[in-house]
Design a protein around this ligand. Structure first.
Ligand code: PPS
Length: 569
């Protein structure tokens, strides 16, 4: 380890007195409420994790980073860390102004002296940083659809670090880690960067890396922002903690890194190296497809599997951290152990479980073998992803007024309560309009608001393991789609079209509304003077003409069983 890694790194925080003064000044400054990603960036900037950055990139630095991965000072820096803001906020802001940067509760974290304001060419940025403009790339998607249109650059004065209420004892600033290594006498330390739970392959890889580098090991998972769809960091940290005792205690440390990843593959690997150097590491593991964003629209990897290793190797001296490169580790059945893929002999059997396959097994409650993971890790994952028949879900009935939605929904609710196991909530059209949407009418705009409210409540119920049964008319396909998207993040969405014809509904006219609608005394009445878009591909379509309610509710139950959501015996 060089001496540079032993000494404290420079932070951007001002003294407590100066912070107090800045806070009182801040009342007169324009204020920007930071996005979750900007909070991550700012934290690492302020605590020295992003050294040599001393603020958000200026336009000249931004261009230099895009063009050749260096700042104008000549220092290596591969990722544009910029403060993206809305056009409205940027409009009246002149360079030379100080702005207060606040967290989402309004707490002032830093003061930024804005020196630059510009509108980036996002197509160019995506191409240079990510090598693509394909929206299937999460970094590209964020740039085009989440990030604001105007960038601000300028130095930052740190007032206070963002507050974390979770896993406080496991979070270390670069200086805290450096102090820990100093105290422990660790002169060579290899970092393992990860955004996934630790399975056996990872443990083998980290053991080998530490041996190869003759170094201690830092498990350094990212808990800021990772790839959408990843296992949440709460579950992951419980997984890491569950296997920590499989590592020799005196040689390994676990520390959480509040980084917002960009999934930029090769450039990101270089960035990870710089961040690890700042945290006092001497080595870093770079494996196959490091910080890879998954597949593109055609199902191909965005980057060559070892492109990240190649770029890291080229810049290793400037990064100041030595790479421990690894081929993909695979389980060789005959040897009953993990080996790098290129060391597997011909004729030997490789066993592997992909991320998609693992998720399927968790979802369906299937076996996850011990050669793949540790029982403790599997237990944690199962707690977060219970088998389908223990997850929450939503049954969403849609159909004309008087089609029989509410009646079937009520019957279904009772049958599900009879089965037991999960709480059941019925969000009937009329009931919702009374309790949630009493101020709304029946214009397209109001119907959409109504349905989205129902969708939000159903998604919360689903997330928390309950069954939500919704029974609104929900006449618009796009709105039903939006509700589906909201819910499918948390559990299954089962759309049931109650396909009673308008003639039959009008013949029944149970509430006398069709008559009033025909007479023009109720306006915008669905099916009479307002549209109903018939669902194209619902999970189930039930006919009610000539069938009783029991039959319809039973059909839904059978569908739920076929989808693995309930067990009927
Ligand atoms: S929507 O379109 O999904 O927001 O409608 P919803 O919340 O399900 O409300 C439908 C119930 O409101 C009564 N009602 C009307 N329906 C349709 N169009 C108009 N203009 C209208 N005015 C009042 C009607 O009783 C619906 O109840 P259901 O249970 O569907 O018969």
């Amino acid at each position: 380890m060089t001496d540079a890694n032993l000494v404290p790194i420079r932070e951007l925080y001002v003294s407590p007195d100066a912070a107090q003064h800045l806070k009182s000044e801040a009342g007169r400054m324009p204020s920007w409420d930071l996005t979750p990603r900007q909070i991550c960036d700012l934290e690492l900037m302020m605590n020295g994790g992003f050294t040599p950055l001393r603020g958000f990139l200026t336009e000249a630095d931004y261009n230099a980073v895009l063009d050749d991965m260096h700042l104008t000072t000549g220092a290596l820096w591969p990722i544009p860390v910029t403060l993206d803001v809305s056009a409205a906020f940027a409009e009246d802001l002149e360079p030379g102004t100080d702005i207060a940067l606040r967290d989402q509760e309004g707490v002032i974290l830093a003061i930024m002296s804005v020196t630059d304001k510009w509108q980036p060419e996002k197509q160019t940025e995506a191409q240079k940083v990510f090598g693509t403009n394909d929206p299937a790339h999460p970094g590209v998607h964020y740039l085009h659809h989440v990030a604001g249109p105007v960038y601000l650059g300028g130095p930052v004065k740190g007032v206070q670090a963002p507050t974390h209420y979770d896993f406080r004892g496991r979070r270390d600033t670069p200086n805290e880690l450096r102090a820990h290594f100093r105290k422990m006498g660790w002169r060579r330390v290899v970092a393992f960067q990860t955004r996934n739970p630790l399975h056996r392959a990872h443990q083998e890889l980290t053991f080998r890396a530490a041996r190869e580098a003759q170094a201690n090991l830092l498990i350094h998972p990212v808990v800021g922002m990772t790839k959408p769809g990843d296992v949440d960091h709460f579950t992951r940290v419980r997984c890491y903690e569950a296997v920590l005792d499989k590592y020799p205690a005196a040689t390994t440390h676990l520390s959480l890194l509040n980084l917002a990843m960009r999934m930029a593959g090769p450039r990101e690997a270089v960035w990870h190296g710089i961040i690890r150097r700042n945290h006092g590491l001497t080595h870093m593991i770079v494996g196959r497809d490091h910080a890879g964003p998954g597949k593109d629209a055609e199902g191909r990897d965005f980057y060559e599997p070892y492109a990240a290793q190649d770029l890291f190797r080229q810049h290793q001296a400037e990064i100041g951290v030595e790479m421990i490169d690894f081929k993909q580790m695979v389980y060789v059945q005959e040897r009953a152990q993990y080996e790098p893929r290129d060391e597997v002999a011909e004729g030997e059997t490789i066993l592997d479980i992909s991320g998609t396959e693992l998720r399927r097994r968790l979802r369906e409650g299937l076996d996850i073998p011990e050669w793949f993971s540790f029982p403790e890790v599997v237990e944690q994952l199962r707690r977060t992803s219970p088998a389908r028949d223990r997850q929450g879900f939503t049954v969403f009935f849609t159909g004309l007024s008087g089609s029989g939605k509410s009646t079937i929904a009520n019957a279904l609710m009772v049958k599900l309560m009879e089965l037991g196991g999960r709480p059941v909530t019925l969000l009937d059209g009329d009931v919702v309009r009374k309790h949630l949407s009493s101020e709304l009418g029946f214009s397209k705009e109001h119907r959409d608001i109504n349905i989205k409210r129902i969708g939000y409540v159903a998604s919360e119920i689903t997330k928390n393991g309950g069954i939500a049964i919704c029974a609104p008319i929900a006449p618009y396909e796009a709105t039903r789609r939006a509700v589906r998207d909201m819910i499918e993040d948390h559990g299954a969405f089962v759309e049931v079209h109650v396909a009673t014809s308008i003639d039959e509904c009008e013949r029944r006219d149970r509430k006398g509304l069709y008559k009033l609608a025909r007479e023009g005394r109720i306006k915008e009445f669905t099916g009479i003077s307002d549209p109903y878009e018939v669902p194209g591909t619902p999970e189930l379509r039930v006919e009610t003409e000539g069938f009783d309610v029991d039959h319809a509710a039973h059909q839904v139950l059978l569908k739920l069983e076929a989808m693995g959501l309930i067990g009927l015996q």
